[in-house]
Design a protein around this ligand. Structure first.
Ligand SMILES: [Zn+2]
Length: 461
């Protein structure tokens, strides 16, 4: 009896890692069970995923994202996994491998963006177009092209319409459209009149990118609704009561999902106390809140560049009940400075709402440069955009570095981005999940292979 009790305790400890309040139910599976390549870790039938064959990126500089200095080498990809990194001069690969010469270029782990909105409409779009689910899915496909051609092989989508981000995720996974992996939160969960719910709704609630919840049970229900659709994380926004945010966090953590919060003023403190995993944006918060974030290992996605852009384009957040702070670039930058000083783990996200994705790759590169301004080196920032971002995505064991056994998400850049971040604008080749996605700087799509027609019955034409 006592032995059984001890074994049960060990088992529960095993599914809840140190410093982590989430359960990881997938750890109940035998380690040999294949699971989906997302935070949901759903059991999969055995069988090789991804493409067959070997791809070789020959003779480039390898920046592997582990913290090691870039070095000359050749990257070998088997199926959808990193196979090996060979020394220069080695040709240890199968004769039928597809070989790309990347001499003079740098091979880096695929970049990650922690904050996208794939289905957001252009502000110029007429209301019926903006509300259309069909148009939303097509807008998403267009966004994906901009991201993948910018060398970004994963996006964490933190609010999009209806089931569109989940369908986009599947179409990319099945290699039916080019693009980065999509890790969707589904709808943004907020209180009535809260961030995202200011003004008149123009689409049916199920199709909207906002879910308005009321009361602790309502917030639990909202989390389950996103989980049901396939959410890889939960995104919430103020305003909420302490009971509401605590219920949402508890429900998400039981399901094994992280919670990130777009909140402001004292709601940030309330969210941190409730146990959220991450805070979006550089909105001002007290020193006490920053200290509590550090103590509770709450992460941050400061999205500095998009705030700079808002101040440059329109001067501030006007007419909103959910954005109350000094509209100053310096004030928000100072928040990030304090978070770095407190040791808070921060990642790279762009939050390119409306049509701002059309500026890519520049806003992504500027976000990295703002991190340099915070005091990180170029190499450290590149590591944050890959390795750290993968960890923040809950995918650190599968993505973020070029190491044998990791998923084959690889970006090849003309130049040395670890020395000059502007070289990230010169993406020449991208591989996602072992599939070639970008060649010579533009989306690559292999010609379709027609299915053989069925044989005619009884010899008739
Ligand atoms: Zn956003």
């Amino acid at each position: 009896m006592r032995t059984i009790f001890l074994v049960s305790i060990c088992f529960l400890v095993a599914v809840r890692l140190p410093g982590q309040s989430r359960t990881e139910r997938w750890r109940f599976l035998p380690p040999s069970t294949a699971v989906s390549d997302d935070p949901r870790r759903v059991p999969l039938p055995p069988g090789p995923p991804g493409p067959a064959g070997t791809i070789v990126l020959r003779g480039g500089r390898i920046f592997d994202g582990t913290g090691a200095a870039a070095r000359e080498g050749t990257l070998v990809i088997n199926g959808n996994k990193i196979g090996s990194i060979l020394p220069p001069g080695s040709t240890n690969w199968p004769a039928d491998a597809k070989v790309y010469d990347v001499a003079g270029k740098t091979v880096i782990p695929g970049l990650i963006d922690l904050h996208s909105h794939l289905t957001y409409a252009d502000p110029q779009d007429p209301r019926p177009v903006a509300a259309s689910m069909s148009d939303a899915a097509l807008r998403g496909a267009e966004h994906l092209r901009y991201f993948i051609e910018s060398g970004i092989t994963s996006v964490r989508d933190v609010a999009a319409k209806g089931d569109a981000p989940f369908r986009l995720k599947q179409w990319v996974r099945q290699n039916r459209i080019p693009g980065p992996r999509v890790f969707p939160a589904g709808q943004l969960i907020t209180g009535k009149g809260g961030h995202g719910d200011e003004g008149v709704a123009i689409v049916p609630p199920a199709d909207d990118d906002i879910y308005v919840a009321l009361g602790p049970e309502g917030w639990r229900e909202a989390v389950r609704e996103q989980f049901k659709k396939g959410a890889d994380l939960i995104k919430i926004a103020s305003e909420f009561s302490s009971d509401e945010v605590a219920a949402a966090v508890a429900e998400a953590h039981d399901l094994g999902l992280k919670v990130t919060c777009d909140c402001e003023t004292f709601y940030i403190q309330r969210a941190v106390e409730a146990g959220v995993d991450m805070i979006e944006h550089p909105l001002p918060r007290t020193d006490q809140t920053i200290q509590l974030m550090a103590e509770k290992h709450v992460e941050a996605d400061p999205t500095l560049e998009t705030y700079d852009m808002i101040f440059d384009l329109v001067g501030g957040y006007f007419g909103s009940t959910s954005r109350r702070f000094a509209f100053s670039k310096q004030a928000i930058f100072d928040v990030a400075v304090k978070m770095k000083k407190a040791g808070i783990k921060m990642g790279i996200g762009t939050d390119l709402v409306g049509n701002r994705f059309r500026f890519l790759p520049e806003p992504y590169i500027r976000e990295l440069k703002l991190f340099v301004k915070l005091g990180y080196t170029n190499s450290e920032v590149l590591q944050i955009a890959t390795k750290t971002n993968a960890e923040l995505l809950d995918m650190g064991d599968k993505l973020g570095t070029l190491e044998p056994g990791k998923l084959a998400d690889v970006t090849v850049v003309d130049g040395k981005p670890d020395a000059d971040l502007d070289d990230l604008a010169k993406v020449s080749l991208v591989i996602r999940d072992g599939y070639l996605q970008v060649l010579d700087g533009r989306v690559y799509q292999a010609r379709h292979i027609p299915l053989p027609m069925p044989a005619s019955r009884s010899g008739q034409n």
